[in-house]
Design a protein around this ligand. Structure first.
Ligand SMILES: *Cc1c(COP(=O)(O)O)cnc(C)c1O
Length: 383
């Protein structure tokens, strides 16, 4: 019988452990390896690179491969690979699926950095992207061109937490011979496993919930072995290999993913309920349903006009302003000034990023203390 997800999260590495019974994955702080003879070199390359010339991300540093494999296992995918950052994971995933002259259709409310990558960098290399609302999947279908190759979206988008209809997106892709790529950062495999629904490539910035401690930058992708093999080659070709130390830190973080997500998701639900009744909050965005395990650790609120946004942020005591998110601490961010600042003012207006919008990511603190912080800051912002 397959063990439950909570158990598999903790034991995701033991199954893959390549060494002699270590409790944690071994890491060698080295950027290269040395050999006494050509025979040893050959043996080594066979071992770590199999038949493909570019296989290993960093030959010998099993911990890097283990991170990819652990996330693949949690996502229910046959293969996974780690990259230097979430952004380079997104880039190499896209590079493995499209080439110059191809067309991508992406949800208009995806992460600002991914929007920038597609609309600026990839455009320069001849890959065009149409950004449209995935609210209306008929519009997505209509946007398909003869050269469309990829549909790109996120399980739950930021900051307004729209839950993607993954089954619907996969269906359109299958009917039209397209590939699908989903950023599963918000939900994590704890809440959603898009690969199991037929998504081709699942990507994460594991600096966020997967690693969970705001201390290690990394990215991971999960998918079929042939597609992940292609991504592996791109990672080496553009020099986006993950450092062994970051891999080791991320592997350590994963073991508590279940505990963290459970607590952070519960805290988010409790805070969302409390703020919905607060007269100084004009809107609370929190998904109604992501999974039976919960609805995620992020909520977004819009403050009433009488609230001074600067005073609100400076009145939060131990809740810090952090442009990133998803560590064990509760943090706030300001989408207009950070994640969505690259968007044109029209696009900001269209998707609702106003100067009163605040994104809150819940940590693992006591929920009463968290509510108290936010209620006090709201009061002070309106004084
Ligand atoms: C942060 C983030 C990324 C980029 O990851 P980095 O590790 O910062 O490069 C991609 N997608 C989403 C949804 C993110 O929040």
């Amino acid at each position: 019988m397959e063990s439950s997800l909570d158990t598999r999260i903790v034991h995701s590495f033991q199954e893959n452990a390549s060494d002699i019974g270590n409790e944690s994955a071994p890491s060698y702080q080295t950027s290269s390896f040395s050999f006494a003879s050509l025979e040893e070199l050959e043996k080594y390359f066979k071992l770590y690179q199999g038949d493909s010339a570019n296989r290993a991300s960093q030959p010998g540093n099993a911990v890097i491969d283990e991170l990819g494999q652990a996330v693949a296992m949690l996502e229910g995918a046959p293969a996974g690979v780690a990259a230097a950052t979430g952004t380079s994971a997104v880039l190499t995933g896209i590079m493995a699926t499209v080439s110059a002259g191809d067309h991508i259709i992406a949800a208009e409310d995806i992460f600002g950095g991914t929007y920038r990558l597609l609309s600026q960098e990839l455009k320069h290399f001849g890959v065009e992207t149409t950004f449209i609302s995935f609210h209306d999947l008929e519009a997505v279908r209509k946007a398909i061109r003869p050269n469309t190759r990829l549909l790109y979206s996120e399980t739950v988008t930021n900051p307004f937490l729209r839950v993607e209809d993954i089954d619907g997106v996969v269906q359109i892709a299958k009917e039209n011979g397209l590939l699908t790529m989903i950023d599963n950062l918000y939900a994590t495999p704890y809440l959603s496993q898009p690969f199991k629904k037929g998504v081709d490539l699942v990507v994460h910035s594991s600096a966020k919930f997967i690693g969970g401690h705001s201390d290690a930058a990394a990215g991971v992708l999960a998918g079929s072995e042939p597609l992940i093999q292609k991504v592996r080659e791109k990672i080496v070709n553009i020099g986006a290999q993950l450092s062994p130390f970051e891999a080791w830190m991320t592997c350590r973080g994963i073991k508590t993913l279940g505990l963290r997500m459970e607590k952070q998701t519960t805290n988010a639900q409790v805070l969302a309920d409390a703020l919905m009744g607060n007269p100084l909050v004009s809107r609370v965005y929190y998904p109604e349903f992501v999974s039976k395990r919960g609805n995620g650790a992020v909520i977004t609120i819009e403050l009433m006009d009488q609230c001074d946004i600067h005073r609100f942020f400076s009145s939060l005591n131990w809740v810090k302003i952090v442009p990133s998110f998803a560590g064990v601490e509760t943090t706030v961010s300001y989408p207009l000034g950070t994640s969505h600042r690259a968007l044109s003012p029209e696009m900001q207006r269209k998707i609702g990023i106003t100067k009163q919008v605040v994104r809150i990511t819940l940590g693992i603190e006591n929920s009463k203390d968290i509510i108290e912080q936010f209620e006090a800051a709201l009061r002070q912002s309106a004084e």
